[in-house]
Design a protein around this ligand. Structure first.
Ligand code: FAD
Ligand code: FES
Length: 268
């Protein structure tokens, strides 16, 4: 796959630092890029590999939203994260090199009326784009959005969530919305959902995979593992599934919840 150039249109911190599954985030940024080659064909759930300065390996990021020829990335600037810190300092007019769109996106079944989107922290990144598609196709969307502490993305001016969705905020410390973990609230919302789409940290997936309430529901998850190439070459992203070994970059990153052998996956 050839590299595509993308010009930075805006790059702003949208959330302050806070806990992240990789340790600590210094901030979370929303970056808009002009990139018609990718924006015109990408589907919700797909991702791009971003070449960050002269780092040997590109970094994977989901598409957060598209607008005609432009696409948005929503990314955590990680403490000790060379790639994300480099991206955070990119100024308007700067050109990034991207590869994409990569992987398979989410599948919304045409007869699914009610969709439940479950976002743990930065897991919102691919689900915002999915929410827009779902609303456009007249599905009813509930978004369960959780974080350890406030502020939440949904409260920030300039957030990209479609206004038509029903939003349920939850924080672990109760500072915004309901108090608790996403997985505490999930059983209350699950009955009316025809399909569930989730993105979040591995412990969240391991918990929902054990929930009896989700047993007969179609649940698609976006799997974030460390990636080397993003192109199916290095096998660095291989996971065990009921259908054998699968490469997250090529066969995913979207998988059915009951397909992945969760207990075989090491926390990263
Ligand atoms: C398909 C896919 C889509 C993704 N989409 C997004 C997105 O939209 N927004 C976003 O913020 N992030 C996303 N990620 C995660 C993102 O790729 C990493 O945060 C990024 O590569 C970190 O790069 P870095 O150079 O800043 O950090 P590095 O220098 O690579 O690592 C810094 C620290 O973070 C840890 N770390 C790095 N990547 C991960 C990871 N995937 N899981 C757990 N710990 C990690 C490292 O072990 C290290 O301790 C996605 C990952 C995948 C596989
Ligand atoms: S990241 Fe190299 S094969 Fe998937």
């Amino acid at each position: 796959m050839k590299q595509t150039e993308a010009r930075v249109i805006s790059n702003k911190m949208i959330l302050p630092g806070g806990p992240h599954r990789a340790g600590q985030a210094l901030a979370s940024n929303l970056m808009w890029l002009h990139c018609p080659e990718i924006a015109r064909k990408v589907k919700p759930g797909q991702f791009v590999m971003v070449r960050c300065a002269d780092l040997p390996l590109p970094r994977p990021f989901s598409i957060h939203q598209v607008n005609e020829d432009n696409l948005a990335l929503f990314f955590a600037v990680l403490e000790g994260g060379k790639g994300s810190q480099w991206m955070a300092q990119c100024q308007v007019g700067h050109t990034l090199k991207l590869m994409g769109p990569l992987g398979h996106g989410f599948t919304i079944y045409p007869d699914s009326k009610n969709l439940l989107l479950v976002a743990g922290g930065m897991g919102l990144a691919p689900l915002c784009f999915l929410a827009h598609q779902a609303v456009r196709e007249s599905h009813s969307v509930t978004l369960l959005l959780g974080a350890a502490v406030s502020p939440l993305y949904s409260e920030q001016p300039g957030n990209l969530l479609p206004p038509e969705i029903k939003l349920v905020n939850v924080t672990e410390d109760g500072s915004v919305g309901r108090k608790g973990m996403i997985t505490d609230l999930l059983p209350d919302l699950i009955n009316s959902a025809d399909q569930v789409f989730a993105c979040g940290p591995l412990p969240m997936y391991k918990t929902i995979a054990r929930m009896p309430e989700l047993k007969d529901k179609p649940v698609q998850v976006s799997l974030e593992v460390r990636m080397g190439c993003g192109l199916g070459i290095c096998y660095g992203c291989t996971v065990k599934t009921r259908n054998g070994l699968r490469q997250v970059c090529k066969d995913g990153p979207i998988f059915n919840l009951d397909e992945v052998l969760w207990e075989e996956l090491a926390d990263i």
